[in-house]
Design a protein around this ligand. Structure first.
Ligand SMILES: Nc1nc2[nH]c(O)nc2c(=O)[nH]1
Length: 450
């Protein structure tokens, strides 16, 4: 029997009232009991002393590009379009080995910031460079996080009016066939699934309308989710208006891309009408505050989206547009950016934690299994130590978790199994992960100057 008991922690279920001194019982990968006071004594249990800690659901990262671990720090003062045009020149060299290495490095880093489920939007598939999807799935298994592999695609190169060079795009039919193959081979719909696949054409300026429509058709025929970048920058909005005569959200709606099975990355530039359409259709938004600030894209209208009832998750975005961001730190960043725009009541600590957990699970279509501490849900838990120097004078544990620097992690469990213990990764060594990230960096950036 795999049984873990966490005793004496401040428990923040997210979906229900907090328990100041409570216990959690996790058995065979699920949460079986949550209660106040000390835990009952149980045989064959690993007992964790949770005093001085806050227990939350494991964090859910709703948008990332793990391969960008290899190209961090480049084009650091550029707009999204400039940054992309420069980066494509390196990304077109990636292969399955680079993807395996960056997946290990990126997921190891996420695990060490309390993340237990990560979506990865991978949209670069150079021909003849190995099985990139299989390499990523295998690397994620080694790190031990749940993966939502958003199988991206681009078919609109420069010659068709798109932003990327023709050398990095796939054909329409090739992209759809490969995406279908990724679903058939790797998508596991089980409750305790470690790997889900979503259909994720990249963005309106790199994907044809036919690929957007074909992707929606494919995803709905397979019962998987849809993801893309949308409304990230003013440049995108202007290009969309010029080419399609409408805003990005109107364009998405025309293509059948609003609904409870869709989530967009960013959603920064939204009219009141667009906010309402997103909320009314149950479309999710992956809010990536650090990346939006790093690229100077703008500030997402997260307060209005939440008020309207839209599902909103948090995402670190690719490490090349938000260098080494920790998912836990995105909670703080989201609060600060919302308040810089609308004042001190724009977003609070518990709303930020909700986005980082249940909001992310809603975006990924996994709110039945993940994102809150509830009996019957998966035993994905983060236990944060908040009694040390720098945290011990903040009385509210959720304020300590979200306003200050991310607290040290006592434990991160995925399905009841430890991935991080006392800050140390347990599944792969941090030295191995760092080495893998550096190797990928050298392979992609050699002979390129910027
Ligand atoms: N932040 C990002 N935005 C994007 N748009 C697009 O087409 N690709 C990207 C990306 O990698 N990051």
């Amino acid at each position: 029997m795999n049984r873990v008991v966490i005793d004496g922690a401040h428990i923040v279920p997210v979906s229900e009232a907090e328990i100041p001194h409570g216990h959690l019982i996790l058995e065979e990968g699920r949460i079986t009991h949550i209660g106040a006071g000390p835990a009952p004594s149980l045989p064959q249990a690993r007992r964790i002393d949770g005093r001085g800690c806050v227990a939350t659901p494991g964090l859910v990262n709703s948008h990332n590009h793990l391969y960008q671990w290899a190209t961090q720090g480049l084009f650091a003062d550029n707009t999204l379009f400039e940054w992309l045009v420069g980066s494509y020149e390196m990304w077109h060299r990636l292969d399955a080995e680079v993807v395996a290495d960056t997946t290990v490095a990126g997921l190891a880093h996420l695990a060490r910031s309390g993340c237990t489920t990560a979506s990865d939007h991978h949209y670069i598939y150079p021909a003849g460079r190995g099985d990139i999807v299989a390499a990523e799935v295998d690397a994620a298994r080694r790190v031990g996080l749940r993966l939502d592999l958003a199988r991206g695609s681009m078919d609109r190169g420069h010659s068709a009016g798109g932003l990327p060079p023709d050398s990095v795009v796939e054909s329409l039919d090739g992209a759809l066939a490969a995406t279908e193959d990724a679903i058939d081979t790797h998508h596991d719909p089980a409750f305790d699934s470690m790997t889900r696949v979503s259909v994720a054409p990249c963005s309106p300026f790199s994907v044809s309308a036919d690929l957007m429509r074909g992707s929606a058709e494919l995803a709905r025929s397979k019962g998987v989710r849809l993801h893309t970048h949308l409304a990230e920058t003013i440049d995108e909005e202007e290009k969309c208006t010029r080419e399609f005569g409408c805003s990005p959200v109107e364009y998405a709606e025309k293509l059948g891309w609003l609904g409870t099975d869709v989530w967009f990355a960013h959603g920064v530039h939204l009219s009141d009408h667009a906010v309402q359409r997103i909320a009314d259709t149950g479309t999710g938004i992956a809010h990536c505050p650090t990346s939006n600030a790093r690229l100077g894209a703008g500030i997402c209208r997260v307060t209005e989206l939440l008020d309207a009832g839209a599902p909103v998750g948090l995402g670190v975005d690719g490490p090349a547009s938000s260098e080494l961001t920790q998912l836990s730190a995105e909670m703080r960043q989201s609060i600060l950016m919302a308040r810089a725009r609308l004042g001190p009541t724009a977003l609070n600590a518990r709303q930020a934690l909700h986005m980082a957990t249940l909001g992310g699970a809603q975006c990924l279509g996994r709110a039945h299994e993940l994102g809150s501490l509830e009996v019957g849900k998966l035993a994905d838990v983060a236990l944060w130590r908040i009694d040390g120097f720098g945290y011990d004078v903040i009385d509210d544990p959720v304020v300590a978790l979200t306003f200050g620097p991310p607290p040290p992690l006592e434990l991160v469990l995925v399905g009841g199994s430890p991935v991080v213990e006392r800050g140390e990764l347990r599944t792969v060594s941090i030295g191995t992960a760092a080495h893998a990230g550096r190797a990928a960096h050298h392979r992609l950036t050699q002979e390129v100057s910027c």
